[in-house]
Design a protein around this ligand. Structure first.
Ligand code: PLP
Length: 399
């Protein structure tokens, strides 16, 4: 019997006829978003226009804004929408740099070697603007030593902005928010939290600390549209200025006509997510899959960051010694399973993971790694089927 048909009969949740295990790269559209679009009664007016059609669009933006502030308990923060975390984080870093430049202040940006490329690759621009860009090393477990970071920051002089990634997109390792809040208290530098991989990976409720200066999210990681994201900015913050200048939309924090449909999809997706997410079920599924792989293959596979104190509920990052990432991905692909090797790369080419190598793994290890990132709706029955399929495929490569 054809694999997909067989799986359908035993009710694995298929997405477009695929077993989709690449949620850290992106998620499929939430049903509520899909239904809204296909119903067809979409607003079209420019939200800045004062006629009824414009007001209808504006109302949807306001609804999303209010919902997001309430959902994250950040009522007193400002929020601006953008095309996703890459843009949002560039706005924050370069907006900070512009502000320091205009005030002729010395400035630093600090991040960790395991941070996303949209952070690491700003080094050149920040240095061009006269700032210092610091990339701190990280241990093989992928865990951040917060006290060491605090010590490092306190030895710098000038204006400082640090990026703290709440959940790493490749390893699934968490930098706990209370440690980040402690860092803020002990350094008083500006703190940006990259919260892109939070939703669907950590338990609800998502109550965020008011002590942090910025939080950035991308909608496509939790069922909203691709190309829309949002950043919370602490109310009254005066050591940051907006990067994108134009018509002054969004309180001039990000000019340009708003992506009304994308912005409303954020609310729709989060409402659906909140109603359906079962953290325990997801965590049990991940643990079952991980234990099954360890039981079957023992030391022939290595689970990255397995002993880290805080890991998320959906990510398993594996090194399969002797196997090649591209061949493993192709074998899974042919069996109807989508997974990847780490961060999604724009070229579609598979490069050895920069993140793994920054944690001290060799290039050979990085070329033998694959990442499974589970949907937030999985339960034990479904993962049992997926697990046996993966074991069958991996067995061909592990002798
Ligand atoms: N930060 C993290 C942790 C991510 O995982 C990603 C995307 O994978 C980004 C930032 C960038 O998000 P986007 O590609 O939506 O701009």
């Amino acid at each position: 019997m054809h694999l997909l048909l067989e799986l359908e009969l035993v009710s694995v949740r298929l997405i477009n006829n695929r077993i989709y295990l690449d949620y850290n790269a992106t998620s499929p559209l939430a049903k509520s978003v899909y239904d809204w679009f296909t119903k067809g009664d979409l607003p079209f007016g420019n939200p800045s226009s004062i006629h009824s059609s414009g007001k209808k669009s504006k109302r949807l933006i306001n609804e999303s804004t209010d919902y997001l502030k309430a959902f994250f308990n950040l009522k007193h923060f400002d929020i601006f929408f953008h095309s996703g975390a890459t843009e949002g984080i560039n706005d924050i870093f370069k907006g900070f740099a512009f502000k320091c430049l205009s005030e002729k202040k010395k400035f630093h940006i600090v991040c960790l070697a395991t941070d996303h490329s949209c952070i690491i690759n700003q080094k050149e621009h920040i240095e061009l603007m006269g700032g210092e860009f610091h990339v701190l090393e990280i241990s093989k477990s992928g865990e951040v030593n917060t006290e060491e970071v605090i010590k490092y920051i306190n030895e710098l002089s000038g204006e400082i902005l640090i990026n703290c990634t709440l959940v790493n997109n490749e390893t699934g390792v968490i930098w706990p928010l209370d440690e980040i809040v402690n860092l803020k208290a002990k350094t008083n530098c500006l703190v940006h939290v990259d919260a892109v991989q939070m939703i669907g990976r950590l338990p609800l409720p998502y109550v965020l600390s008011k002590d942090i200066d910025f939080y950035t999210f991308s909608g496509h990681k939790f069922g909203a549209m691709k190309g829309v994201g949002f950043t919370f900015v602490k109310d009254g913050l005066d050591n940051w200025t907006s990067l994108i200048r134009g018509g002054g939309q969004q309180m001039a924090m990000r000019s340009g006509t708003e992506n009304v449909h994308g912005i409303y999809s954020l609310k729709l997706a989060l409402v659906e997510f909140e109603e359906s997410f079962n953290y325990e079920s997801l965590l049990n599924s991940k643990q079952f899959l991980e234990n099954s792989l360890v039981e079957r293959f023992g030391e022939k596979i290595r689970i990255i960051s397995k002993d880290a104190k805080f890991r998320n509920a959906n990510t398993i990052y594996l090194i399969i010694d002797g196997a090649k990432t591209d061949i493993l991905i192709t074998a899974c692909d042919m069996a109807g399973i989508d997974l990847s090797s780490g961060s999604a790369c724009s070229s579609g080419a598979i490069k050895p993971s920069r993140v793994l190598m920054s944690m001290g793994y060799s290039e050979a290890c990085a070329k033998s790694s694959i990442r499974l990132s589970l949907p937030y709706q999985y339960d034990l029955e479904q993962i049992k089927i997926v697990s046996s399929k993966l074991i069958e495929i991996f067995s061909r490569f592990i002798k």
